[in-house]
Design a protein around this ligand. Structure first.
Ligand code: UFG
Length: 347
């Protein structure tokens, strides 16, 4: 393993970034978080310095890089909602692509030569075959996926000119939460399936909506590969070691290599929580691929990575602990308790 690294965690107040920051600190590295708090949370960064700023702000980035001699940048500060990217593509191209170019320019100017980039299974679009290998053709089916695809190209072009070493980690569906219970998923609005189903189980929402039941899958709903957030973070540590050891740039899938349909996920949430999860079925969500399942052999061999928590029920159990903590905090704040979907006064 490489020695202690000084890491800039762009987007380190968000879901995956905050877990990464915690893991970096726990493994003896220094971390500085740069986040505009548009989606992240100040209290998710308890173990590192937080600099509040935007990736579009090149002067701010310049002073940040001048103040810290970073060894590595980890870039989590992208927008991630597939549906929103379809309705508001400019927002995605601006942040996920233009702002990334600004970040890379600051890195080049200050001689920071390594970056680990949060890419996505969305680069593949509607795959011709599953499980998906890294060499599969990339034909993204939504603007979000296109920004990730183009960002990988940007890295390659930048790498050639500036000698930048990069690793693109193509996450499949990030899930679960910190097994210690300190961090979890807190998107506003929440759009992801597992936290929404958990909120339906806890009574924080009345039901979960199933988007599309007419896909070409055994039960008609989309299939995804869920990968535990801390497994994603562990892959970043491996990728950092590998880059620092002088390995060539590249891209790796991060998935558990198991596909679960939307209905199977909802059933698993009900099984793990012991609660009913009311479901409403509706039409397809625009931009959704039918089936995304990783072939993660390259990460296994090149990064010596394998998921510690590949089991869907374990991911859901960790996320359920976080959901219950959230419900508990909400009850203490409002003095109310939830019974099913109803709120009742406590005491
Ligand atoms: N879904 C529902 N109801 C909901 C929310 C989601 O049926 O209320 C379905 C979606 O249609 C999809 C599946 O559940 O079929 C998973 O949807 P998510 O929104 O949880 O996740 P996505 O697959 O859309 O996207 C996530 C990340 C992306 C990443 C992608 C890769 O947000 O960053 O996984 O698979 F690229």
């Amino acid at each position: 393993m490489t020695g202690n690294m000084r890491v800039l965690v762009a987007g380190g107040a968000g879901f995956i970034g905050s877990h990464m920051t915690k893991m970096l600190r726990e493994t003896g590295h220094e971390a500085v978080v740069y986040d505009n708090l548009s989606h992240g949370h100040r209290d998710a960064v308890s173990q590192a310095q937080l600099v509040v700023g935007d990736l579009a702000d090149s002067r701010r980035l310049d002073s940040l890089f001048a103040a810290h001699r970073f060894d590595v940048v980890m870039h989590f500060a992208s927008f991630i909602e597939v549906g929103e990217s379809v309705s508001n593509p400019a927002k995605y191209y601006r942040n996920n692509l233009a702002n990334m170019a600004t970040l890379l320019a600051a890195m080049a100017q200050h001689g920071v030569a390594r970056i680990i980039f949060s890419s996505s299974a969305a680069v593949y679009g509607e795959p011709g075959c599953v499980p998906i290998r890294e060499c599969h053709p990339q034909q993204p089916v939504n603007p979000y996926g296109r920004t990730k695809h183009m960002a990988e190209k940007l890295l390659a072009d930048y790498g050639r000119v500036h000698g930048l070493g990069y690793t693109c980690l193509r996450y499949f569906n990030a899930a679960g939460s910190d097994p210690d219970g300190m961090l979890g998923e807190r998107h506003t609005p929440e759009t992801h399936l597992i936290p929404l189903a958990l909120q339906a189980a806890s009574g924080r929402r009345s039901c979960v909506t199933v988007f599309g039941t007419d896909y070409d899958t055994p039960d008609g709903t989309c299939i995804r590969d869920y990968v535990h957030v801390t497994d994603i973070c562990r892959a970043h540590l491996r990728a950092m070691d590998r880059l620092c050891a002088g390995a060539t740039s590249g891209a790796f899938n991060l998935g558990s290599e198991n596909g679960y349909s939307v209905r199977e996920v909802v059933q698993a949430v009900s099984r793990v929580t012991g609660r009913p999860v009311p479901v409403v079925e509706t039409g397809r969500r625009r931009g959704d691929a039918t089936r995304l399942v990783a072939d993660a052999r390259l990460a296994r061999s090149e990064l010596a990575w394998s998921p510690r928590y590949p089991d869907l029920d374990t991911m859901i159990a960790h996320a359920w602990a976080w959901e219950q903590k959230t419900v508990g905090a909400e009850s203490r704040r409002t003095g109310s308790v939830r019974v099913g979907g109803l709120v009742a006064a406590s005491g």
